[in-house]
Design a protein around this ligand. Structure first.
Ligand SMILES: Cc1cc2nc3c(=O)[nH]c(=O)nc-3n(C[C@H](O)[C@H](O)[C@H](O)COP(=O)(O)O)c2cc1C
Length: 170
């Protein structure tokens, strides 16, 4: 990659995993770093004008429902590639990466970037942490019970929502 003298990162990362992974990649590239662009919060997205300073941009997003989270779409549609390089990085919680990284790559290409590489990284699911109040744990238990065909206290099957959640991976 000719003329790549600086690296920069852009991320959406509500629970920090994507941000940490991008930071490690950025450090290991070993080039001077332009100011990181964070589009996690609404005011950060509003103030992002689409301009990129680095010659190589790392674009990181978590996988939501197998795809790009909707808050990430706005900055991606606004970003100006101007023939620079970008690497798309999707971080997923061991349910499935599905097509997120391919979609990001496609969008970045459309916005004028050259894409020398792309990667999907596995991470802890954000619903698995202590902060989630055991939401995933609860669902696993529910699914385990419903798979075994047990009934709830009122004599009915466990509510349909649990089975639907399982098939969507949360
Ligand atoms: C609303 C929502 C949807 C998710 N969908 C998926 C998914 O489809 N596949 C998957 O493997 N992980 C999924 N995850 C897990 C995240 O991709 C994973 O926890 C990621 O590391 C979160 O990134 P962050 O820490 O940068 O926010 C989902 C998480 C949330 C909150």
């Amino acid at each position: 990659m000719a003329n790549v003298k600086t690296v920069q990162s852009l991320c959406f990362s509500p629970t920090d995993t994507t941000r940490n992974i991008l930071s490690i990649i950025e450090t290991n590239i070993g080039l001077p770093q332009a100011t990181k662009i964070d589009v996690t919060l609404p005011h950060q997205r509003d103030s992002f004008n689409g301009k990129v300073q680095g010659d190589l941009l790392l674009v990181g997003s978590p996988v939501y429902e197998g795809s790009i989270p909707w808050p990430m779409m706005e900055p991606l549609r606004r970003i100006e590639g101007e023939g620079k390089y970008a690497v798309s990085v999707a971080v997923y919680g061991n349910r499935s990466p599905e097509t997120c990284v391919e979609e990001m790559t496609k969008l970045l290409r459309k916005r004028g970037f050259k894409i020398p590489a792309a990667a999907s990284f596995i991470a802890e699911h954000s619903f698995a942490g202590r902060e989630s109040g055991g939401a995933l744990e609860g669902r696993i238990n529910m699914n385990w019970r419903s798979r075994r065909g047990s009934v709830n206290r009122s004599g009915g099957r466990y509510p349909r929502i649990h089975r639907r959640s399982r098939s969507r991976g949360f």
